[in-house]
Write a protein that binds this ligand. Sequence first.
Ligand code: FMN
Length: 347
Amino acid sequence: MSVLDRLEVPIVLAPLAGGPSTPELAAAVSEGGGLGFLAAGYLTAAATRERIAALRELTARPYGLNLFVPGAPSDPASYGDYARRVAAEREGAGEPRFEDDDWAAKLALVEDVAPPVVSFTFGCPSAGEIARVRAAGSEAWVTVTSPQEAETALAAGADGLAVQGSEAGGHRGGFTDAPDVALFSLLPLLQLIAADTDKPLVAAGGIATGGAVAAALCAGASAAAVGTAFLRAREAGTPAAHREALATDRPTGFTRAFTGRLARGIRNRFMDEHPDAPLAYPEIHHLTSPIRRAAREAGDGESINLWAGEAHALAEERPAAEILAGLATGAREALARAERRLSEGAP
Ligand SMILES: Cc1cc2nc3c(=O)[nH]c(=O)nc-3n(C[C@H](O)[C@H](O)[C@H](O)COP(=O)(O)O)c2cc1C
């Protein structure tokens, strides 16, 4: 039995690193009967431990913790020109550097704390690492963006898969980034993976209404993961300039300009000025991080990463519990409508 089978509402708060993912937001979703998630990405293991403790002050219900799986350093020759250009254009650029997001210490933390669910993104942990997480008592989920990645994750022992379609906001969570990386939309991807496994699938990407939650469940998911639709929630730590952009109907696009890894965000000047940014994560993340911090503080939405899924215009500024309840009610209504149509036929 999965943690998902014990939820009152089959909705997961997608992990949202870089600010939005507060303990308050995760707790509100868990308390509402869904599954709240904390994002450990960019945090030290010590800061992650503090977030878990803060969450545990707010709820005793199940939650998930999301970790970035480290990749390999990039050749400085591949990003040197870009780094020099950005440093010449903007004040306060950082030094590009590789690090592993405190991987070993975070795995040790997981073994100590045993969150009910631990999900991984940016790669597939080894079978041994997944076994350690499971031995601690956690469910291990792996984020996948293709049927091949799903096969690899299941072979490594994953208990469940976070299935991320190309509509999703934020970074592509797949195992590799490449110039010609294949992009599957959520519904095709979900159907392809569901045809091959009975393990629980959590569907993510562009889900912003109850109807879309219902669609994901009908296409084989055990739960829908919702990210962007919670970014304007009162409890989210989303910066003001990001909230403002979410409330518009500005288009999204893919970029590597901010971090060196493909991600979907609302198009802005920095993205448009750097269409050929190299593949070098986390080196480029560290290059632009101080620039983005200063821009965030100045309320400059043209120089920060405005991560958002394709349906961002539907995100609402409300308490998270209301957003969650609205999605659950909307899903029931959408299913009843679909049922009526199926039994009565089209008029
Ligand atoms: C601001 C932001 C931060 C994100 N951070 C993470 C993260 O730390 N780990 C992860 O696995 N996915 C991350 N994602 C992707 C989401 O977990 C999820 O796949 C996505 O939000 C689903 O699509 P939607 O945004 O259209 O709902 C992030 C997405 C956004 C918008």
